[in-house]
Design a protein around this ligand. Structure first.
Ligand code: ZN
Length: 299
């Protein structure tokens, strides 16, 4: 999905921590993975061998500095991945800020951080190998834009802006779950088909679809025009391709050659595709009740 060229971006909603502490801190032990909500159901060391990701190094940048200079309009969001994250975060905050009060919930805006290599969080330190994730302890979503190359090159997703925007929207889905209280089910019942973890992840996919279905309706008060252009069939198939690419069965098959549903944490490719579509078609968060779904294959 493309942003309208003249839309104004609010870079204050995203912190730029790229060029951080390269190479000095190892991943924060076994505890980290249980405390975060990620896009991928795979241990980071496995993902690292699957994707060849490794920590990078560089010079520390002040939070937001580069983003403020270079991300100003929808045209920047269409041209640059980091600006696209900013624009997507802006749209997500606008949508959820309007939607949640209808369910008698407040929407505290989460923090969003761009990093590369590694980052320290309220849940411990993490490397890019974890993939995009949300830490409930600091209510922050973390993104390494380099992951989007891995999504297409190693995990086989289609390229395209909505594929990337889906990833951002999925992590914001975990923020909504942190507010509604269901995120805990992921820890309490952490693996297997139909587990709490799988239901949490599929609901986050559904919330991503809900956002995509509503985003094109949002009007920029500054310009009186929609922030985003209407979704094309290609946009939609890109996002569905991304949701499928991060299915447990697909990743297990690629990493070990075997599929073991007893260790699933995020759901199958087909389930992830189906729940994203459910959200997109209904545009209603109430249609994302994976916890009472009789059959996760058919929302
Ligand atoms: Zn997730």
């Amino acid at each position: 999905m493309s942003f309208n060229q003249g839309s104004r971006l609010d870079t204050s909603q995203v912190s730029d921590r790229r060029g951080g502490l390269g190479g000095k801190i190892a991943i924060g032990g076994g505890g980290l993975i249980l405390l975060i909500a990620s896009l991928l159901g795979v241990p980071p060391e496995l993902l690292q061998s699957l994707t060849g990701a490794s920590p990078s190094s560089g010079q520390a940048a002040a939070d937001g500095q580069e983003l403020r200079l270079e991300c100003e309009t929808g045209a920047d969001a269409n041209a640059r991945r980091d600006c696209r994250v900013v624009a997507t975060v802006n749209s997500l905050n606008r949508y959820w800020g309007e939607a949640l009060p209808r369910y008698n919930l407040q929407y505290p805006v989460p923090d969003a951080v761009l990093f590369d290599g590694q980052v320290s969080t309220g849940c411990g330190s993490a490397t890019s190998a974890v993939g995009p994730f949300y830490c409930p302890r600091d209510s922050t979503a973390y993104f390494d834009v380099g992951f989007f190359d891995q999504l297409t090159d190693q995990l086989g997703a289609a390229e395209g802006p909505l594929a990337e925007e889906y990833v951002v929207a999925h992590e914001f889905g975990h923020h909504i779950q942190n507010l509604t209280g269901v995120l805990d089910y992921s820890q309490q019942d952490p693996q297997g088909q139909g587990s709490g973890a799988v239901r949490v992840e599929l609901q986050a996919d559904c919330y991503a679809g809900v956002w995509a279905g509503n985003a094109t309706q949002q009007v920029d008060p500054a310009t009186g025009e929609p922030f985003m252009q209407p979704l094309t069939n290609e946009d939609l198939s890109d996002a569905i391709s991304a949701a499928s690419a991060v299915g447990d069965d697909r990743i297990q098959e690629a990493s070990s050659g075997q599929v073991n549903p007893h260790t699933w944490t995020h759901g199958s490719s087909e389930q992830r595709r189906a729940w994203f579509s459910q959200g997109y078609e209904t545009r209603d968060p109430a249609a994302c009740d994976t916890f009472n779904a009789a059959d996760l294959d058919r929302p």
